[in-house]
Ligand binder design. Sequence first.
Ligand SMILES: [Zn+2]
Ligand SMILES: [Zn+2]
Length: 321
Amino acid sequence: MHVFANPVGAGSLWFDNLATADGTPVAYDPQARAFLPMPPFCVNREVIGCNWIAPEQGAFCRSCAMTALAPDTSIPNAMPNWAQTEAAKRWVLDNLGRWHWFRPEDPGTRPVFHMLAEGPTPVPMGHAGGVVTISVAEADPVLSTTRREALEEPYRTMIGHMRHEIAHMLWWRLSLREDFLTAFRTMFGDERVDYPTALERHYHDGPPPGWRASFLTSYASAHPHEDWAETAAHLLHLTDISDSFVAAGLSSPELPSSGWEPYMEPDAERLIHVAASLVAGVNHVNRSMGLSDLYPFVLSETALRKLVFVHGWLRRGAQGL
Ligand SMILES: [Zn+2]
Ligand SMILES: [Zn+2]
């Protein structure tokens, strides 16, 4: 993620800022990728702290307009959880916008989001026919950690869920093209194998032995759809880590050049190689504060090939190229 210029004074603005350091209200214009000091602000600004501009007074921003179902706010903590969930969504939509997804130049369907609060029973997240369902309860750190431990996942965050579920939607968009499906099945296997049976087997038997040689996560081994979503989420993690690293003014001998733009990099292998070297360094920094690794994953040769494949399609897919 870029770091942004303050439109009314000195200093920088971070993507989630609602005001400058001296208190001037600002809003983010996702089209210009810049902060503005004047309305129209999104109507959700007062409700959930959305900091994007709206096309007109009293309207939703481009991101909030994609939320067709908001959570039942009578459920405890639904409001703050929803606010965090929408913040993660804005971040990922802006990331994907770097590759033209869901911007005006993208002629395809936009995702529709159902943001659901959880009562006593968990809300399954998922994607079907362009609708992305997200459990806003996962924004709660206690619940998220409990599920992370129960499912033996090294990493579980709302931004990760957004990347994973939107990746299913991107697959659906790409699957409308014949050339994608043939290439996808060669790389990931045939996604027409029965999905409920595959998931049941995964949860009952666990991942196949030696799964680390072929998959980024154990869940990716459950079904080609999940392998795609996990791989696409990881490509977004690695690209955005690199982008934020550069935007924050950090340097490394591994960076290809000054002014390098990770989202503009056409060579996926180079991008992933640089990202992997940066995360090794940042993992080390995190350990100095007793925090878990920023990116606790190892990239196998097969995972690298899949990441390269996903990169090619995500970079050009929104433009029909
Ligand atoms: Zn908004
Ligand atoms: Zn999935």
